[in-house]
Design a protein around this ligand. Structure first.
Ligand code: ASP
Length: 322
């Protein structure tokens, strides 16, 4: 799915991994409404002349607050029954970045990533240290129970059951398959032609040992430079090994590959060839957009000069063009 649009422009995803039949009509409507609300919130910033970073932060904050997505409230559970959040943000204009992993108490992880970008000398913080910095920055901390949803809890119980069964049958542990689902990301092109990218996630259901995926890793799950911005969603280990987000933009910048081709080659060729799967959104400074993914769906959308949110869930859903 490719489009070329005028700035300002905002593109979002709410995660790959959904398959037809997974959602009832009410859930589909709720997800589309949440994607539209996120697009409107981000686009309002761009229309007001704010930088791309503000639009990315605003859109992701809305998705983190919505329990349908695997980010903020509604995040998936770890093996130990906790919610452990990862996030990152990058400013294409300056190359500055902020990221945090292993969070249990930060209500909106993307706000912490932004604070790390703007108010620290570091790029990435983890766990207690990251939360201490959040406290210093006046970022809202919540009781960890805030993130809990029953559907994610049930998903963990199913994963644990499967794992137990595999152990009993002395089978190798089954691949995570659709253990990923609902990570959120946003890319913005502001009126000055600058790009930004951000991603936020609870990671993968049943993750353990402090596992960190691609989403908080600059270059793996998130990248923005002067020409190209990417946010990924999928089986994070493969995105890290491929340095997926950076790889897409490097092919655009260094090899002159058109952005949709670069995005498609990395997401739909290289990652599946290595054994992984997932999706991404990619946005060029020229307004070219790509939404590659290899599951049955990816929550996704864009908003441009007509100010109308365009959203889709399944592969077969067309994203209306202006
Ligand atoms: N990429 C994320 C991770 O591996 C999961 C996702 O995109 O849903 O942590």
């Amino acid at each position: 799915m490719l489009v070329a649009l005028d700035a300002p422009l905002l593109v979002i995803h709410g995660g790959a991994g959904v398959e037809p039949g997974d959602l009832n009509p009410q859930q589909e409507a709720d997800i589309k409404a949440a994607l539209s609300a996120a697009l409107r919130a981000g686009y309002a910033k761009l229309q007001g002349g704010a930088p791309a970073l503000d639009a990315v932060t605003a859109a992701i904050t809305v998705l983190e607050d919505d329990p349908h997505f695997n980010a903020g409230r509604g995040a998936v559970f770890t093996h130990d029954g906790r919610n452990e959040l990862d996030t990152s943000i990058m400013d294409g204009a300056t190359g500055r970045a902020g990221a945090a992993a292993g969070l249990h108490r930060v209500r909106n992880p993307i706000l912490l990533a932004r604070a790390i970008l703007e108010h620290s000398n570091h790029v990435m913080m983890v766990g207690d240290g990251a939360e201490a910095f959040a406290r210093e920055q006046g970022i809202t901390l919540v009781d960890p129970a805030y993130f809990r949803t029953e559907s994610r809890w049930r998903a963990l119980q199913r994963a644990l059951q499967k794992e137990k069964q595999a152990q009993l049958e002395k089978r190798p542990l089954v691949l995570p398959g659709r253990a990923y689902f609902g990570t959120v990301g946003a890319l913005a092109l502001d009126a000055s032609g600058n790009l930004a990218a951000g991603t936020s996630t609870g990671g993968m259901t049943n993750k353990r040992y402090g596992r960190v995926g691609d989403s908080p890793i600059i270059g793996a799950g998130t990248w923005a430079d002067a020409r190209c911005a990417v946010s990924g969603t999928g089986w994070g280990e493969f995105y890290i090994r491929a340095a997926a987000a950076h790889e897409i933009c490097a092919r655009v910048r260094l090899a002159g590959v058109p952005l949709p081709n670069a995005a498609n080659d990395v997401i739909n060729v290289d990652i599946p060839r290595a054994g992984g799967d997932g999706g991404a959104i990619a946005l060029g400074a020229d307004g070219v957009v790509a939404f590659p993914f290899n599951s049955g769906g990816m929550y996704r959308g864009w908003i441009g000069s007509d100010g109308v949110p365009h959203v889709a869930i399944y592969k077969t859903d067309a994203l209306e063009m202006p």
